[in-house]
Structure formats: C-alpha cells, structure tokens
Design a protein around this ligand. Structure first.
Ligand code: ADP
Ligand code: NA
Length: 350
C-alpha cells in the first residue's frame, strides 16, 4: 500500500479569510502531528484567472507567513511554492493528455469563475483541475485536507489517477512500479494512489457574513462578507456585529438551524474556532439572542486570530527568512517530485 502522505495548497490571491483558516489551514496544522505533510502555495494556479499580478511574490510570502503563524513546522514538514518545482507543470501536461475535455467542462468552479463569457476564459482556467491533480499526485499523496468546495476537484483527481493506472497497467507491471491498494472489496495495482479528501468538521463550508447562500470568498467585493486573518480586533467585532441574521433566538438543537443559513453559519464558525460540535455550542447558547451570541463569537474570533495576525506581521518583516523556508522546502519537494516523474517518463516511454 501507499505510504500515508498529506498534501494541500492555497492560492496566493487576496487576503486569507476565516473560511480558508477553518476549512483548510487549521486542519493542516492538526494533521502534522501524525503525518508527513507537504503544504504548497499554488502560485501557478493563481495566474489562471489573471496572468499579471503585481504583488505575486509578496502574496506568496504572505500565505507562507500564515502557514507558519498558524503553527505549521517547515522543518518537520515541507512548505514551498509550486513554481519552484517544475515537475508539477510537467505532470499536469501529461494529465492534460489523460483527462477528457468533457471532465473539465463539468467542473462547477470553472463555470463559476469563467462566468458568462466562457469562450474567453484562459485555457489554464479550464485545465486548473489537471494541475491540481498533478500537485497532489507528483507526491503520490494519499490524503488532501480541503474545504467542501474542492470535493469535485478531488473526485477528478481520482478519475485521472485511475485512468492513468488503467491505460498503463501493463507497462506499470512490467516495470514493477505498481503498488497494491484496496478499492472496495477488490485489491488492485496502480502507480498513483486514489487520493482521499479530508473534509470533516463543523466549518468545511464557511458562508459569507452578508449572504448565507454564498461561500465566504477572497473574491467577494464586499469586505464585510468575510473576516480576514489579518483583520484588527475592531474590524472583526464590527463584521460579526453587522453579520446578517434572523430575528429568532438560537435554537437548543441542531435541527432548529434548518432553514436558517445565517444562524447555522455563525454557529458553525463558533464550533470551528472553539473546536466544539454545533450541538455543544447550542447547549451553551440555545435560547439566547444574537445580541448575546455575537459578542461571544467576536471575542472568541479575536482571541484565536489575533495571535496569528501578530505572528504573520512579525514574519512578513523578514522576507529573507520566508524565502529561505520556500527555497529549502522547494528543494526537498523537488527531490520527491523528480523521483515520481522519472517513473512516469519510463511508464509512458518518454
Ligand atoms: P479561495 O477559495 O478563497 O479563493 P483557495 O482556492 O486558495 O481560496 O482555497 C484554499 C483552501 O481554503 C481550499 O482548501 C478551500 O477549499 C478552502 N476554502 C476556501 N473558501 C472556503 C470557505 N468559505 N469555507 C471553507 N473552506 C474554504
Ligand atoms: Na477555492
């Protein structure tokens, strides 16, 4: 079987928000105690929507600083930016020839990001999931912590791995490069693992504070819709105070949150930050008005986020240190990626 390995990435575009933290980064931190982890700032992904970014280098450092400030250990694990390891792009090209256009056309993120003028979206935006599959599989990673919005891309990653394993099964066996893995009741052999997403927990889909039907996002034009990791305490309190809610008190049971997306979202955020279940939060706050719950949530958010923001500021004042982390991480990642690519080139006959 494949050695258990965790991989995930975050784009260096815009401010990191509470959704990125609860849906992804906080899980990255928790997983490092019992796994080998590779965490990547995916700069090649960030140019799919807009090629020219004046501050790409500083955005990359800022995401790196957030990883470190949140508690990721770059010595024990690997932290780097994607562009330092060209094997990601090389494998992505091969996966572009494995995946089918129809698979890409079905991706909801592509439809959302391309908007109405789909013919005018970059080819890179369409092929984005192929690069994401390469990010993961160039390390033959077995587990990927992500938010709910990435579920479809992870399914596509498995489809690509499976098609590659099938298309080249004879060659993989001939070269002795197959690894046994369990698929349902069957034991099969393949070169790439069928990677599992890690999506659990109370805050896998944090919604906008202004509209409970939209996810909290870096690209939302309203700054009141999201809490940025670098927001000052006053801004965090103000945004939570202004968050959209309904006039009812909080219910005592989780079922009472049904049909109340804004209330559900705030309870989920509290649960995520406090490492509690929704049930436990409602046990504490059921029957209370938002005038009581919101200040408690604001205090909790400030208490959890302020130390991270402070540490990010400290790290951002030393860009050379951050670059050293990325360079060192890039070298270690590159060595693993090259091993995989060496085998892939052999399998394909390149
Ligand atoms: P964004 O979606 O904000 O542009 P990325 O695509 O770089 O950011 O996502 C980084 C990670 O954060 C991914 O694992 C993604 O699933 C997660 N994520 C993004 N938005 C949310 C959200 N609103 N709730 C939970 N997780 C999220
Ligand atoms: Na995303």
């Amino acid at each position: 079987t494949f050695r258990q390995l965790v991989f995930s990435g975050v784009q260096p575009t815009g401010n990191l928000h509470l959704g990125n933290y609860l849906g992804a980064i906080r899980k990255f931190v928790a997983l490092q105690d019992s796994n080998d982890c590779i965490y990547c700032v995916v700069d090649l992904h960030s140019i799919t929507a807009q090629l020219v970014h004046e501050d790409l280098a500083s955005q990359t450092r800022s995401i790196t600083a957030a990883f470190l400030a949140a508690g990721i250990d770059p010595k024990q694990h690997i932290v780097f930016n994607q562009a330092r390891v060209p094997q990601h792009a090389e494998l992505a090209w091969i996966f572009n020839c494995v995946a089918r256009i129809g698979w890409m056309n079905r991706m909801t993120q592509f439809k959302d990001k391309a908007g109405k003028d789909r013919e005018n979206a970059s080819l890179g935006l369409l092929a984005y999931p192929s690069l994401m599959a390469a990010d993961i599989l160039v390390y033959r990673a077995t587990h990927v912590p992500v938010g709910e919005d990435q579920k479809q891309h992870l399914e596509l990653t498995r489809d690509i791995a499976q098609k590659f394993n099938n298309d080249f099964s004879a060659r993989i066996a001939e070269l002795g490069l197959g690894v046994e893995m369990q698929m349902g009741d069957e034991t099969v052999n393949g070169f790439f693992p069928l990677t599992e997403p890690l999506i659990g927990g109370p805050a896998t889909r944090v919604m906008s504070l202004r509209d409970g039907s939209k996810k909290m996002s870096k690209s939302d034009p309203s700054d009141l819709s999201r809490i940025n990791l670098t927001d000052a305490a006053a801004a965090i309190s103000k945004k939570i105070k202004k968050a959209k809610t309904d006039p009812e008190a909080l219910p005592g049971e989780v079922e009472g949150l049904e049909g109340r997306p804004e209330a559900d979202n705030l309870v989920g955020i509290y649960a995520g930050l406090a490492d509690m279940t929704r049930e436990a939060v409602l046990k504490e706050f059921g029957g209370q008005q938002f005038s009581v719950f919101k200040p408690a949530l604001a205090d909790l958010a400030v208490h959890k986020l302020a130390p991270i923001a402070g540490e990010m500021r400290r790290l951002m004042a030393d860009p050379q240190y951050i670059d050293t982390v990325l360079r060192d991480g890039g070298e270690r990642a590159g060595a693993i990626a090259e091993q995989t690519m060496h085998s892939v080139r052999d399998i394909i006959g390149l």
